[in-house]
Unconditional design. Structure first.
Length: 272
């Protein structure tokens, strides 16, 4: 299945309308074998005027991204905070975005050990080297490399992948205890599996996806009853949603909605 283009799904990209006037983002699907563990490949490319730079802020999905940029390659673990990437001149970066818990079989140890960490690629995949002159070729090479290393049998982390993806798809999931009951697990077992397979706790993962939902609704614009949205997404009230949204995004939901709608007709159609 092809990943959604960024104009349909900008989850995690803060203020994407501004960013996509400075860079292009293309997404492509992995091969069938690799798709058990990898969600998508993404390529960001940019060509900024001399003397100009742009900083893109990201609240990344609770997953691993392996990123190739500027001749270097690193494994970026799940993050607990917003990260920033400054762009200047011209260039491109390729990312391998794993599915939730999808990197656990390759890492071979609990994921909570690499939260907020960036590891050299060779530290995880001994001796891994790829030609990097062309992102299309690099995607093909990485896909073949991963396909040769996927487990033949189902890995326990794949069950956790399914749980997280159900959380991502269902905005009515707002609490850990109800999630555990729905999945037929005890709360502590669910927490242990998330620590091992995802790296982040279920409460953090749930709240991350609910914030994405709020941001996407704001980005799409239109009249929004933020009090109702707060109740729907599991916040105690509108003030709670506003505080948490502002602490991450930088502005309240209504202001983000207004900013996202401003100048929408002037934005280029993104490539992903």
């Amino acid at each position: 299945m092809q990943p959604l283009p960024v104009d349909k799904d900008a989850r995690g990209i803060i203020d994407p309308g501004a960013g996509l006037t400075r860079f292009r983002l293309d997404r492509s699907a992995p091969s069938e074998a690799v798709a058990r563990f990898v969600d998508r490949y993404w390529v960001a490319s940019w060509d900024l005027p001399e003397g100009e730079s742009f900083t893109q802020r990201v609240l990344a999905h609770p997953v691993v991204n392996v990123v190739f940029v500027g001749g270097e390659a690193a494994v970026h673990g799940p993050t607990t905070h917003v990260t920033s990437r400054r762009l200047w001149g011209s260039g491109w970066a390729l990312g391998v975005m794993f599915r939730p818990a999808g990197f656990r079989p390759f890492l071979g140890r609990p994921m909570n050990g690499i939260v907020d960490a960036a590891l050299p690629l060779g530290e995880v995949f001994d001796g891994a080297e790829f030609p990097r002159e062309d992102p299309t070729r690099l995607i093909a090479d990485v896909d073949r490399f991963l396909a040769a290393r996927v487990p033949a049998d189902r890995h326990p982390a794949e069950d956790t992948t399914a749980v997280v993806e159900r959380v991502a798809a269902d905005p009515t999931v707002v609490g850990v205890a109800p999630l555990a009951r729905r999945e037929g697990l005890g709360v502590r077992l669910l927490q242990r599996r998330f620590a091992d397979h995802v790296g982040l706790g279920p409460k953090t993962v749930i709240r991350r996806y609910r914030l994405y939902e709020a941001a996407e609704r704001a980005r799409r614009g239109g009249a929004t009853d933020w009090s109702a949205v707060a109740a729907e997404l599991g916040f105690s009230d509108q003030s709670h949603l506003t505080r948490e949204f502002t602490s991450i995004i930088g502005v309240p939901p209504a202001a983000y909605a207004a900013r996202s709608g401003a100048g929408a007709s002037d934005r280029p159609t993104p490539g992903a």
